[in-house]
Write a protein of this length. Structure first.
Length: 223
């Protein structure tokens, strides 16, 4: 299992777009690796279709996308036809926007802690859970989510998380509950009050709290 802040492991795998070395494929970019229990399954088909639809938005943010499913490359290629037909993505079968990693032996799923022990396939083998790993340009893990095989993910939320991660990586702010790009941010508690005017030229609003402590500091989203 990879923990937040750990260097994400490199690996070489077969995919629907050919063999890749992960570090080479993501060099200098953000990346998302998201896993699926199996090909030709209903929830997975909706998920991969949604990501294909959102692919231009991830690309705009400099994010490389990689799916993983515990079936082989030829199965993936056939499945892509169904995904394209189901989704609203403008991409076709030949230009599907991201590779699907083949992991028939579940080696990568086990290595990355993606297994759902409560859900099994027809052979009685544990299914791959719905994991999401967001990896930064320096190849460290920035965020991980782990859903059971039975629950589909909200990829609009994952897009929102990318916006937050990229903003807070370079600015001394955090994003509050339900924040969306363009919304007010919160000044980090580690920022000294004397440094506020220089760091936040748009101004800072302090919400008074019953405790009398001035820690609820809001500022417009930094450029």
């Amino acid at each position: 299992m990879v923990n937040l802040g750990d260097k994400f492991p490199d690996f070489e795998v077969d995919t629907s777009k050919g063999k890749i070395k992960f570090y080479e494929a993501i060099e200098g970019n953000w990346a998302i690796l998201f896993s699926h229990p199996a090909d030709y399954t209903p929830v997975c088909t909706t998920e991969l279709g949604r990501v294909a639809e959102l692919a231009p938005k991830f690309e705009k943010r400099g994010v490389k996308l990689f799916a993983l499913s515990c079936d082989g490359v030829e199965s993936h290629k056939g499945w892509i036809k169904d995904i394209v037909d189901y989704s609203k993505s403008e991409s076709g079968e030949s230009d599907f926007p991201y590779p699907i990693i083949a992991d028939e032996k579940r080696e990568l799923a086990v290595k990355l802690g993606m297994i759902d022990p409560d859900e099994k396939d027809a052979q009685g083998l544990p299914l791959t859970a719905r994991a999401v790993f967001i990896i930064g340009p320096e190849k460290t893990l920035k965020l991980s989510l782990l859903y059971p095989a039975t629950t589909g993910r909200n990829f609009d939320e994952i897009l929102r998380v990318v916006d937050s991660l990229q903003l807070t990586a370079n600015k001394k702010v955090a994003t509050p509950a339900d924040w969306k790009a363009g919304g007010d941010c919160m000044v980090l508690p580690t920022v000294k009050q004397e440094d506020v005017p220089k760091l936040f030229p748009k101004g800072v609003t302090v919400k008074e709290m019953p405790s009398g402590k001035s820690y609820m500091r809001f500022t417009p989203q930094p450029e």
